[in-house]
Structure formats: C-alpha cells, structure tokens
Write a protein that binds this ligand. Sequence first.
Ligand code: HEC
Length: 99
Amino acid sequence: MKKSIALTLLIAGALGAAASAHADPRARFIAANCSYCHGPDGHSRGAVPSLAGLESKYFVDQMKAFRDGSRPGTVMQKHAMGYTEAEYELMGKWFAAHK
Ligand code: HEC
C-alpha cells in the first residue's frame, strides 16, 4: 500500500517536471483526453483536424460554439460540455504553444 502511494507520487512528480516547461501543467492532463482523436499534443494523423498551433482565441470560440450548438459537430458537443470555460482557456494556450 505504502509502496504504491510512493510510486504514484513519483510518477506524478515526473510528469509534473516534464510539463513544467509549459505555462500550466494541468493543461497537459486535460489535453491528453483529446489525443485519442486529435493526435498526440494535437498533431492529428488522420481525418480529425489538428489542434496543435490553433490560435487560442479561435480554439476557445470553437469550444463555446460546439457547446452551445452553434457549430454543429459529430462528437465535439459532448466533449465541449465536459469542460469549463477556464479549461477551454487552458487548453487553448496549450495547443497554441504546440505548433
Ligand atoms: C472521439 C473523437 C474526438 C475526441 C476525443 C475529441 N475530438 Fe475534437 N473533434 C473531433 C472531430 C471529428 C472534429 C470535427 C468536427 C466534428 O465532427 O465534430 C473535432 C473538432 C474539434 C475542434 C475544431 C477544430 C477546428 O479546426 O475548427 C476543436 C477545437 C476540438 N475538436 C477540440 C477538442 C478538444 C479540446 C478535445 C478534448 C477535450 C477533443 N476535441 C476531443 C473528434 C474528437
């Protein structure tokens, strides 16, 4: 039990260190939820649009538009509903920084 807590802390520390080069480490964890479709760090390899390098205001506007239905989407409305506007901002900065 003790060992697994220590391991968890170790992993969290390592991930934190890797992310600290960027503005806000939380963004990395949220953005990871998008990588299944949008590719690692938003670099898509398929039909889904890349998020990497999108201007953060454009990104936030698209998320709001998906959320309120003014931009139709296949799956994005569900994803947009799962996050707050503060999280849109965080992700927007994160993806803008990953050209
Ligand atoms: C299940 C696959 C899937 C996941 C997971 C997913 N997306 Fe998407 N995303 C799409 C598809 C497909 C589109 C194209 C529009 C549509 O069909 O809804 C899209 C479009 C977008 C766009 C518009 C891009 C542009 O160039 O206008 C943004 C922004 C976006 N997604 C953000 C996100 C974020 C942020 C997450 C994670 C919180 C995420 N997506 C997770 C599939 C996904």
